[in-house]
Design a protein around this ligand. Structure first.
Ligand SMILES: Nc1ncnc2c1ncn2[C@@H]1O[C@H](COP(=O)(O)OP(=O)(O)O)[C@@H](O)[C@H]1O
Length: 183
């Protein structure tokens, strides 16, 4: 089973998936690193300091790398909802996200672009359109440990084939940032 952990940069994907690496039931693939290492992209966008991934190549490579001796393969990336049918979308209020992204060496434009994407639910909307099962988790006020425990419950539920209550608890649309204004 492939589970994508997606979300706008700064919402907590790396923090969580680093912890999942120690779980003997989970194989973890950090997609952004793989895309860069194996040059799985069609373009380099110098202005925006990013690459344009070739998602067909990426998808094929993930299937090749999937180690079926693990019951779960976790794909960590803001692109993982392009290739996984089951995804967990991490969310963070734009105010909190601004603080997290400003600590990185992101340009003002890059911070703003990511805040807008988060405020407009871009990744969540794509995930809901493209994926079979979507869980939404707010990481604004909690701790990495809390989110890790919630994700552990979701993974357990998925393995059991019993996610009805979890789908309700973490249903898409449960967070709302539309009152966030840009200056
Ligand atoms: N669930 C969480 N609750 C509180 N803070 C978090 C949570 N997840 C991540 N953070 C904090 O947010 C920052 C960005 O997290 P990171 O994992 O690098 O995000 P991403 O991989 O999505 O870009 C880190 O400083 C981290 O400590």
């Amino acid at each position: 089973m492939i589970i994508g952990i997606t979300g706008t940069p700064g919402t907590g994907k790396t923090s969580i998936t680093k912890l999942l690496e120690d779980d003997p039931l989970c194989q973890v693939i950090h997609l952004n690193e793989l895309i860069k290492e194996e040059k799985l992209y069609s373009e380099v966008d110098v202005e925006r300091d990013c690459v344009v991934a070739d998602m067909d190549l990426v998808y094929d490579r993930v299937l090749e790398l999937q180690d079926k001796s693990y019951p779960v393969t976790i794909v960590d990336s803001h692109l993982s909802h392009h290739i996984a049918d089951i995804v967990i979308v991490l969310r963070t209020s734009p105010g909190k996200l601004k603080e997290r992204l400003e600590k990185r060496k992101y340009s003002v434009e890059k911070v703003r672009e990511n805040l807008e994407a988060e405020a407009l639910d871009i990744i969540l909307a794509e995930a809901v359109d493209w994926c079979e099962k979507v869980f939404e988790l707010d990481t604004t006020g909690g701790t990495v440990d809390r989110t890790f425990k919630d994700i552990g419950r979701i993974i357990k539920g998925l393995r059991r084939g019993d996610t009805e209550e979890l789908e309700q608890e973490f249903r898409p649309g449960s967070v709302e940032w539309s009152d966030y204004f840009f200056d």
